[in-house]
Design a protein around this ligand. Structure first.
Ligand code: HEM
Ligand SMILES: *[C@@H]1O[C@H](CO)[C@@H](O)[C@H](O)[C@H]1NC(C)=O
Length: 320
């Protein structure tokens, strides 16, 4: 009798220990580098601040780089791997080619961190910290970044093209693409609010300004001036026409006035289920900012490599 109770107890404790191990293994922590590289965060911040003060748009580019990293095999710096003869990576995938930028700033941050703590801080964590510092540097929220991600040893062009949202997705598709990453509809709308900064190329909004009817006519005409119906594919326009260099809630106010630049922007306010979230964010900038921060933390938690998985790359562009 006593023996069976003991046996049951041992089994229970073993099961609980395994459960605990299983969950702690994948857990990131804000204090991950406190002992091993206490200067990591200030070093990254200095590089990001300097880059953004040189070019305000860089803040947008860095936030997007983290997003495009996390949606493709998790937040593992896979987007930073350059192509090699044996591996076609993500940089030349359709959503990234001639579009994703900020690689040089991340490499600079990595170089500075390596000088202080060689082989310690992952490129994936640098991307996550850079996105946070970029947000704060243009008036957006700050948040505590969880750390301890490790870097992938591979990247995939095919995966980047299947996992990242396309510029003409329907609302249902956007909702399900984000749900597949563990992000709610509300997270999706809040994260889209990062289109309050940054730029888009003409070919990505051409159909919207020439062909769509749910658009403010004056706004369409203004955008047509620098985006002809053919040619000028790379001509830029701000995603937020009012304050393209500050992180505020004008993006949502624009949507209510039918002045969203991308089809996937306006689709968030087009009579569907997200209209009420857009309205709420347009009226309440502090709700938007706190939801955005929370959603960025959730996004940063997508499938990280931890423990002994992956590696700490010596340089972000290549595996060790
Ligand atoms: C909801 C689905 C999304 C779609 C379809 C989408 C699509 C796009 C497109 C087409 C551009 C312009 C790219 C170019 O002209 O080269 C862009 C820019 C940008 N996106 Fe998104 N995006 C989405 C969500 C997000 C999310 C979740 C974030 C960040 C959390 C984000 C951050 C940005 C930023 C900051 C820019 C400006 C980049 C720069 O100026 O360098 N986007 N996006
Ligand atoms: C407008 O839509 C038509 C039909 O889908 C398409 O063939 C045409 O290229 C579009 N025009 C522009 C300027 O995008």
């Amino acid at each position: 009798m006593a023996a069976t109770v003991t046996t049951k107890l041992v089994i229970l404790i073993t099961a609980m220990a395994l459960l605990l191990l299983g969950t702690t293994e994948a857990q990131l922590s804000p204090t991950f580098y406190d002992q091993t590289c206490p200067t990591a965060l200030t070093t990254i911040r200095t590089v990001i601040r300097q880059a953004v003060s040189q070019e305000r748009r860089m803040a947008a580019s860095l936030i997007r780089l983290h997003f495009h990293d996390c949606f493709v095999q998790g937040c593992d710096a896979s987007i930073l791997l350059d192509d090699t003869p044996s591996m076609i990576g993500e940089q030349n995938a359709a959503p990234n080619i001639n579009s994703a930028r900020g690689y040089g700033v991340i490499h600079k941050a990595k170089t500075e961190v390596e000088k202080r703590c060689p082989g310690t801080v992952s490129c994936a964590d640098i991307l996550a910290v850079a996105a946070r510092d970029a947000s704060f540097s243009v008036g957006g929220p700050s948040w505590t970044v969880k750390l301890g991600r490790r870097d992938s040893t591979s990247a995939s062009k095919t995966l980047a093209e299947s996992e990242l949202p396309h510029f003409q997705e329907s609302l249902d598709r956007l909702i399900s693409i984000f749900a597949n990453k563990g992000l709610s509809t509300r997270d999706m709308v809040a994260l889209s609010g990062s289109h309050t900064i940054g730029q888009s190329q003409c070919f990505l909004f051409r159909n919207r300004i020439y062909n769509q009817s749910n658009i403010d006519a004056g706004f369409a005409r203004t955008r047509q001036r620098n985006c002809p119906s053919s040619g000028g594919n790379g001509n830029l326009a701000p995603l937020d026409l009012v304050t393209p260099n500050s992180f505020d809630n004008n993006y949502f106010k624009n949507l209510i006035q039918m002045k969203g630049l991308l089809e996937t922007d306006q689709v968030l306010f087009s009579g569907g289920s997200t209209d009420n979230i857009v309205t709420e964010y347009s009226r309440n900038p502090s709700t938007f900012k706190s939801d955005f921060a929370a959603a960025m933390i959730k996004m940063g938690d997508i499938q990280p490599l931890t423990g002994l998985e992956g590696e700490i790359r010596n340089i972000c562009g290549a595996v060790n």
